[in-house]
Write a protein of this length. Structure first.
Length: 365
């Protein structure tokens, strides 16, 4: 009897599995998945509690509430609400883009050290994932342009990039847009945009308004602290927005996520507090680690890379930290086997992490 097999493009796919700890264990420090260090903001928390107490809330479909969230996003960022589409996290929107615009054996480009979900979604759609080499952990626009062809349907960029923490200046993105075919869609994933404090940075929304082939993705999982509710959004040209809405499953964004998101995006005070916390904690941690001779890479986001010089050291560091209830992310899936990635937590968590990693590094000297 013949075995039932999936389509060829996904037979060898490895499931994307972030290193998530068992939070129910007392005293766990989770620095492995780039979540917001300060958790849920007060306005979102208040809104969630208000709606959970309403008996009629959970048996209603969320369409109307979703529209209210779209209006909140549009007014906050001064965007055209007709060009906004919501998703069950930005992961869903990445998959929708691949499903809509990639046919079998067509190509999509992602960068060497880019988000692992990009090639996964490309292959699920039946496409061929083309890897553009980075230049010292930074996206190389010239390399991407060399790889484009009439088969290239999508180009994925994370800006800032995960896991490297580097950013692409606006002028380089514009160079890329002008150098590709108008039939190729550039997708800019700006999940960590709020953390960037650099005048050369743009989240990509102005490119969406000026070009017909640019899409910007954003998420509520990071600075807004809503990772468990799965909420993201895309800002697209009208034609692309209509396509995504036509193939998105109905009610993919739940009502609780919608009301929390609408409150969170208006909580500017909490967002500013989170950005300040990130800057202070990140600068302190990196400074302390560098003083100990630990190789830390600069970053514009809420995480950073550490090079422990060998895969053995990295694996042993991960085990040592886990034994001390600290979870970080190994980088072997990114072909950076000697590296670990560390998210910014609260002040106490970063002090404990710094102390324990220093202790480990002193043991292997």
């Amino acid at each position: 009897m013949k075995k039932i097999k999936p389509k060829e493009s996904i037979r060898k796919l490895i499931s994307y599995r972030p290193n998530i700890s068992e939070e129910k264990k007392t005293g766990v420090i989770r620095l492995s998945v780039n979540e917001g260090a300060l958790g849920l903001g007060p306005k979102a928390s208040k809104e969630i509690k208000k709606w959970v107490s309403k008996d009629y809330f959970f048996h209603r479909y969320p369409d109307q509430i979703n529209q209210e969230l779209i209006e909140s996003i549009a007014s906050t960022y001064n965007l055209n609400l007709e060009q906004i589409v919501l998703g069950n996290g930005s992961d869903e929107l990445i998959q929708l883009l691949c499903t809509a615009f990639i046919d079998n054996d067509e190509e999509a480009i992602h960068t060497e050290y880019g988000f692992l979900v990009f090639p996964q979604c490309i292959k699920i759609a039946g496409g061929k994932a083309i890897v553009a080499s980075d230049n010292k952990f930074t996206v190389d626009v010239n390399q991407i342009l060399k790889l484009t062809s009439n088969k290239t349907k999508l180009i994925f960029l994370a800006n800032p990039n995960n896991p490297t923490g580097t950013m692409i200046p606006s002028k380089d993105i514009e160079k890329l847009i002008r150098g590709i075919s108008k039939k190729t869609i550039l997708v800019i994933d700006s999940a960590y945009a709020e953390y960037v404090e650099n005048s050369d940075y743009t989240d990509g929304s102005r490119f969406v308004e000026n070009y017909s082939n640019v899409v910007m993705l954003r998420t509520f999982s990071k600075i807004h602290g809503l990772a468990s509710l799965r909420l993201g959004w895309a800002y697209c040209p009208i034609e692309i927005c209509q396509v995504l809405k036509s193939i998105r499953a109905p009610f993919s964004v739940n009502a609780l996520a919608s009301v929390a998101g609408a409150a969170a995006i208006k909580d500017i005070k909490f967002q500013k507090k989170s950005v300040l916390h990130n800057r202070v904690c990140k600068d302190w941690t990196i400074k302390e680690l560098l003083k100990e001779g630990i190789d830390v890479f600069p970053t514009v986001a809420n995480f950073f890379l550490i090079n422990l010089l060998s895969e053995k050291n990295a694996n042993n560091a991960i085990k040592f930290l886990e034994n001390n209830r600290i979870y970080v992310r190994g980088m072997k899936p990114y072909n950076l086997s000697s590296f670990i990635r560390v998210s910014i937590g609260n002040q106490n968590e970063m002090r404990i992490f710094t102390k324990k990693l220093t202790e480990f590094c002193n043991k292997i000297k």
